[in-house]
Design a protein around this ligand. Sequence first.
Ligand code: ATP
Ligand code: MG
Length: 421
Amino acid sequence: MLITGPRGTKDILPDVSGNWQYIEKTVRDICSLYGYKEIRTPIFEHTELFLRGIGETTDIVSKEMYTFTDRGERSLTLRPENTAAVVRAFLEHKLYAESLLSKMFYIGPMFRYDRPQAGRYRQFHQFGVEALGSKGPAIDAEVIILAVQLLERLGLTDLNLYVNSVGCPECRPVYREKLQDYLREKTTDLCTDCQSRFDRNPMRILDCKKTKCTEESAGAPHIVDCLCDDCSTHFEQLKSLLSAAGIHYVLNPRLVRGLDYYTKTAFEIQYAPLGSQSAVCGGGRYDGLVAECGGQATPSIGFAIGIERILLALEKQGLLPDASNEIDVFVAPIGKEVQGIAFKLLCDLRKNGVTADMDFMDRNIKGQMKQANKYPARFVAIIGDDEAAQGKVMLKNMQSGVQELVDIHAVQNKIQVEMED
Ligand code: ATP
Ligand code: MG
């Protein structure tokens, strides 16, 4: 019996890997424009890091982690997200000592025991940025604009940017109480998850996707009405920076993070046509996380973008680049005797940076021409006994159909001249 890939994983096959490279290149270009440098952390970390860095009450930690014990009896977890690991590396390598503000990005696979469906996998990929060290709000605006510019550069339209402020440990408890007061009588109508959130993490009820919960919490008070002066000023400044940059945003009071180390700015970018997997980017400020992980308090902000969802969106809008297998030259020997000469020509062309290939399947010349068309190849260099005897090749321009006897050492030159025409 054939063994298949595990549920929720996907092979990125050669015919689509070009799409991934295209997105990755765009990500790298944008990050270099904004001064964010790549950080690569391990795929697995001590489980403890995620318990502290994501929070034991979150869905991720309570039901989505791939946790295992290694042969040395350590509890390790495949990373479900990368912010905690970036913070760990920041502290472990004392990056704060190098500069007051650390701007980093990452791109790579994450692992969550999610229910697989379009746009939701168990191994998926995120691109994210983290800026550690600045209180904002200018850095908040920069991070948001970076995400927007990336998506715009890829050509996506119909995106909605939602922003909110989740306050800070100073003002949030007041809101929390107000929210509980509002929901207290309605708890029995909430889903079982939300019933248990009522005490633990009531703000997450606003975030629940179940219809009954959205309905029950529809008239709930808004946290932006409860912010302290510091949080309120920060939020006003962020909004005016975004407006000044021409970034369109929508206030979304339901956008929340339940944990203490998430502070102030929360944002999400949605691409509505993806239905229940419409969130392509989620981010926000986490001024309390670095201290939670054992470091000095360091105000920080970041986001993560799901690459599979971006790919789905690009596909829907017909924005994926054309896959091209075009090569410059296909070398076509006629008969075994000239194989060696043909192979030498192939090697020389490649050594000089010309994309070239030849037949490795002992095809006759007709089969080889078919193969050349399939790529397609711009030129075919045909070498028969007569050509070989004269140190020449028959170079055929596949577009014009014109063929010409060319000295074997002049093939590259000839091709380059013709391609420039
Ligand atoms: P969702 O509500 O869709 O589960 P989330 O709140 O769990 O999203 P985040 O933890 O904020 O998502 O992760 C950031 C981004 O990573 C999401 O906006 C989404 O694009 C992507 N993402 C999250 N989980 C998955 C998954 N299982 N498969 C594919 N992409 C995912
Ligand atoms: Mg999720």
